[in-house]
Design a protein around this ligand. Structure first.
Ligand code: FES
Length: 108
């Protein structure tokens, strides 16, 4: 299902934001002008990745400092071992659209 979630102008390069879609927490990122999305909840515990730190294509969790690649969702260091789900982001003129599977289905 495709959701319109934000204006691209509200997400400058090097920043991230939290959005909620039908109760699902998503983190949106702008990496060098390209847009990416992952689940916003760290796979280690229940911290929000969008409250952490974005460095290039890596997001660092604010709780125990685990890192994930925002493009692949793969964990980059302990204590994170399980990837975060990633979602396609489409730039439609000025709006960012996210393609999120129906509940119960996960990308990756
Ligand atoms: Fe994210 Fe522990 S909750 S690294």
């Amino acid at each position: 299902m495709i959701y319109s979630v934000a204006d691209a102008a509200d997400l400058p390069p090097g920043t991230m934001m939290h959005v909620e879609l039908d109760g699902r927490m998503i983190a949106l990122y702008n990496y060098d002008g390209d847009f990416y999305a992952t689940d916003d909840i760290c796979t280690h515990r229940r911290a929000r990745l969008s409250d952490g730190y974005l460095d290039g294509r890596t997001v660092q969790c604010p709780l125990h400092f685990g890192k994930f690649d925002i493009i692949t969702g793969e964990p980059q260091n302990p204590p994170c071992k399980v990837p975060v789900a990633t979602y396609p982001v489409i730039l439609d003129i000025e709006r960012l659209l996210i393609d999120v599977p129906e509940s119960g289905q996960t990308e990756n």
